[in-house]
Write a protein that binds this ligand. Sequence first.
Ligand code: FES
Ligand code: FES
Length: 161
Amino acid sequence: MTKVSMTVNGKAVSGEVEGRTLLSTFLRDGLGLTGTHVGCDTSQCGACVVHVDGRAVKSCTIFAADVAGATVKTIEGMANPDGSLSTLQQAFQDNHGLQCGFCTPGMVMASAAFLAENPTPTEAEVRHGLEGNICRCTGYHNIVKAVLQASGQDVSKIAAE
Ligand code: FES
Ligand code: FES
């Protein structure tokens, strides 16, 4: 076991991990941040996406020890400081961009990182940007709409699904 320290959602944290402990496991089991979901064992679903030093990362694909000293943000750190939903989260709610909600933390984190790189994307760019995230419920249409709304674009003419 080795001690690992990092900043998570603005707080300095540390814990004992094995060399094989995944970041997703450390966040969920070590820190109790269960908003980061684990939906596969194959690095495909994207439910576990968090930000590491501002970049979207599938937290099931990296070891916690390899993130020592990094700044990590999870879905628990996405709301506004007063606890209200962020613009992006509100857009998911407004557009029914979630149903069961299992994929949603990863979708929100991946979308936030995507928008930081591409603040006014086209619909096709959003679909391409979220290719690494699987949703079994929504058919993606309303998720794409939510991301477009969060980017400040008028989605009123895009039909609901
Ligand atoms: S749990 Fe990480 S990609 Fe599915
Ligand atoms: S809302 Fe159910 S998996 Fe996406």
